[in-house]
Write a protein that binds this ligand. Sequence first.
Ligand code: AMP
Ligand code: GLY
Length: 428
Amino acid sequence: MNVLLIGSGGREHALALKISQSKSLTKLFIYPGNPGTKQLGQNIELVKNDENSLINFCRENKIKLVVVGPEKPLIDGLADKLILNGIKVFGPTKAAARLEGEKSFAKNLMQEYGIPTADYEVFTKDEYFDALEYLKTSKLPVVIKADGIAAGKGVVVASNFEEAKDALEDCFVRSTFGASGNKVVIEEFMTGQEASIFAITDGNEFILLPAAQDHKRIGEDDTGKNTGGMGAYAPTPFVTNIILDQVALRIVEPTLKAMRDKFSMYSGCLYVGLMLTEDGPKVVEYNCRFGDPETQVVLPLLEGDFLELLNSVASGKLKKRSVKYNGGSSVCVVAASKGYPDAYEKGKVIFGLNEITSDEMIVYHAGTIENEDKIVTNGGRVLGVTSIIKENNLIKAKETAYKALTKLHFEGIYYRKDISDKATKNLD
Ligand code: AMP
Ligand code: GLY
């Protein structure tokens, strides 16, 4: 079959690699893709934000399946439009993507169905003073979240009242996040290890892929500003088989049931962001797509036909046995541009890409672009330098990823040195 993959980041490079290995693939197109995906299929150009141009492309190129990488097109209803036009899609409808697109919807649903999550209260813009009063009596730290998507910047963990008030004003007074900040969720702070689990589902049945752990802060030991993710590893030992069963039973099953009850059946990848608290796993957030950079470490741990898995979901009947865990481990270290996550430099030539020849290493492209015959930096998170080890040995997986990094260079390169240490050093 011909497949169209949408997106341009490291996650999409990882998806493209896995799809390209399927025996059922005829041709893979990626829109818009990046220099990494270009080695695995054909990157295409379309009229920006024009769904009709996308649908025409699918018709002309006999696309059997569209796989949507990022959340924005799903939240805006791209899956609905494709389905209406008779094109199969991996990714939820607009109504189902509300699980990510409207945090208040997700929280209310969890409350209604008894799904474990932090205690919370929702406030709208005209309830600004009520929200302030609520904050005055809230236990610190307290978490303030813009209701809609805000490019990963809508969540503030405030350690005092002033910070909390400032976060509230960002949403309600300064409208920093536009309409996404017209409602806020104020939430109890949870402690524990975080983990990310992908549930692949047709709306009724599901499988859970190996659990990963992301590293969101810019600095070592989880210090400094939040980023889009500075690295990840899988599988994370913090998610034991018992916890995995709890996640399936107490979280994923009731979430899918709730969505069916609300006539918003959820199909695709349900990303469950978890806090492993003393009282068991609790939901931090849902995302309506694969995580980035978790995908880069989870997909290499699957054996079987990944495209068959995605296609079975899009066809409405999950083939549970399409893939299984291969027993391995993987660490992905993000190489970022100097200055990231604030203003950063672009256009720096990347050296050493051709020197990564080992089967145990892969360099995913995220913020890169081709300039004449060179690959240069073009984003904050530039590369996902990743190890893929046959055995479940995170120490070796870490060593291999950092060994790959020694072969790569661009001016101002920055990366964390401690990706996966939490697992191997058993810090808490
Ligand atoms: P989100 O965008 O919802 O993933 O939030 C970003 C990060 O904020 C999460 O990965 C957590 O580290 C942190 N966070 C969000 N909600 C909470 C919470 N209720 N308690 C503690 N940390 C949280
Ligand atoms: N790694 C976090 C996310 O994909 O949202």
